[in-house]
Design a protein around this ligand. Structure first.
Ligand code: SF4
Length: 393
């Protein structure tokens, strides 16, 4: 029994939190916040939440500050209350993204504990079939070697579709998976990736408790945390204002928005030049961040001299699964992969004028370059359209 208490403590988004920790899960937000921040752990929880928000605003995926210890449930519930009163979709998305990635990593630590995984899947009410002996469901080739894929888990296709519908990777499509009597054979880490998505969405579906904000802010520690996070967000939000349109769309050509460091790698690929390992990782993470379909990323490498579809497919999927954000400008400069000077790119060399800070700011991330150039181009188009409209009137 204590095993289940521990498991729920580690994964407080599990529905059975209400059963095993009703004193926390069923408490009203005001009583809960007052209790948490008057406890001995109050300041510890506050600091951890602050670190967490800072990491998500800075797109840092170093999870070393995260611990599934005795304050984990409070940490999770306070964040949920926080998002409910902030009622800010951009922040909620960032928190959901980071928390769900941490969840995926933690779940994968349990990959060899069938009991834990089975409990989690069942608690989430998934229709799962478990076999004590792994079942062979597919044969594949890796590096010219035949490999049998085996698993102990199968999930009903209806549950599978519900969970996988937001994920765009080709290999997750139902038609690309092995089924038996309506159940999809699935590896635990793939199932965990689906749970990551479940947790992400859970963070986006907050109950609106904005009317409780004033009452909650009467708690001094909670108020202090609220002010610090709001302050951090004010500093950072400008960077995200341009992010509204970023992402792959079949009908849109993103090439004109790509920074020189990426253009250089794409030019090399086009010419069939070999890429060093760092360039390969960078381009995969970068295009993945722009939501390029996995197959398109694999196809991109087809001109390279050492191209092998199976091996590249495996490597690309592996790199994507790792879930890293692409290198920043600082890192690219240290690898001598920054091509700002070679391409005489004004935005990269001079930066952009920030109205908010009334000063010139440097580009710090290639993804920001895409966001910014897309934003500027959309704004220009809008102005042109509005001028055209007034000329016609
Ligand atoms: S400044 Fe940044 S975005 Fe521009 S080329 Fe260098 S690394 Fe790429």
């Amino acid at each position: 029994m204590s095993e289940i208490f521990n498991l729920v403590k580690r994964y407080p988004w599990l529905p059975s939190l209400k059963k095993y920790y009703p004193n926390k899960a069923l408490k009203g937000p005001i009583d809960f916040i007052n209790e948490v921040f008057s406890s001995d752990n109050g300041n510890k929880i506050k600091e951890r939440i602050l670190e967490f928000f800072k990491a998500s605003f800075n797109k840092i995926e170093d999870f070393s500050f995260f611990m599934d210890d005795e304050i984990n449930i409070d940490f999770y519930l306070v964040i949920k209350i926080f998002l409910s009163i902030l009622n800010n979709k951009q922040i909620a998305n960032k928190i959901a993204e980071l928390y769900s990635k941490i969840t995926y990593k933690s779940l994968n630590k349990d990959i060899n504990s069938d009991f834990n995984l089975y409990y989690i899947y069942k608690d989430l009410n998934f229709d799962i079939v478990y076999s004590e002996e792994p079942v062979i469901y597919k044969k594949i080739k890796v590096k010219d070697q035949g490999l049998n894929l085996r698993t102990k888990f199968r999930i009903h296709f209806i549950d599978y579709l519900k969970l996988a519908s937001n994920l765009r990777d080709n290999y997750r499509k139902l038609v690309n998976n092995s089924l038996n009597n309506g159940y999809v054979f699935i590896q635990p880490d793939d199932l965990n990736r689906l749970i990551q998505e479940y947790v992400r969405i859970k963070f986006l579906n907050q109950i609106n408790i904005e009317d409780l904000r004033e009452e909650l802010l009467k708690n001094q520690i909670f108020r202090d945390l609220y002010e610090k996070i709001s302050e951090k967000w004010e500093e950072k939000k400008e960077e995200f204002e341009y992010s509204f349109e970023m992402g792959f769309r079949k009908d849109q050509d993103l090439s004109k928005y790509l920074p020189p460091c990426i253009q250089e790698i794409l030019a090399k690929i086009k010419e069939g030049q070999n890429l060093i390992h760092t360039e390969r990782l960078f381009i995969v993470w970068f295009l993945n961040a722009l939501k390029y379909p996995e197959e398109d990323i694999i196809n991109l490498f087809s001109t390279l001299p050492d191209f092998d579809r199976d091996r590249t497919g495996y490597q690309v999927r592996y790199a994507i699964k790792k879930g890293y954000t692409p290198y920043s400008c600082k890192t690219l400069k240290s690898y001598t992969l920054c091509m700002a000077k070679k391409y005489k790119d004004e935005l990269c060399i001079k930066g952009y004028f920030s109205k908010k800070y009334d000063e010139q700011k440097k580009i710090s991330h290639p993804l920001f370059y895409v966001q910014f150039t897309q934003f500027v181009s959309t704004m220009k188009k809008k102005i042109e359209e509005s001028n055209q409209k007034s000329n016609n009137e």
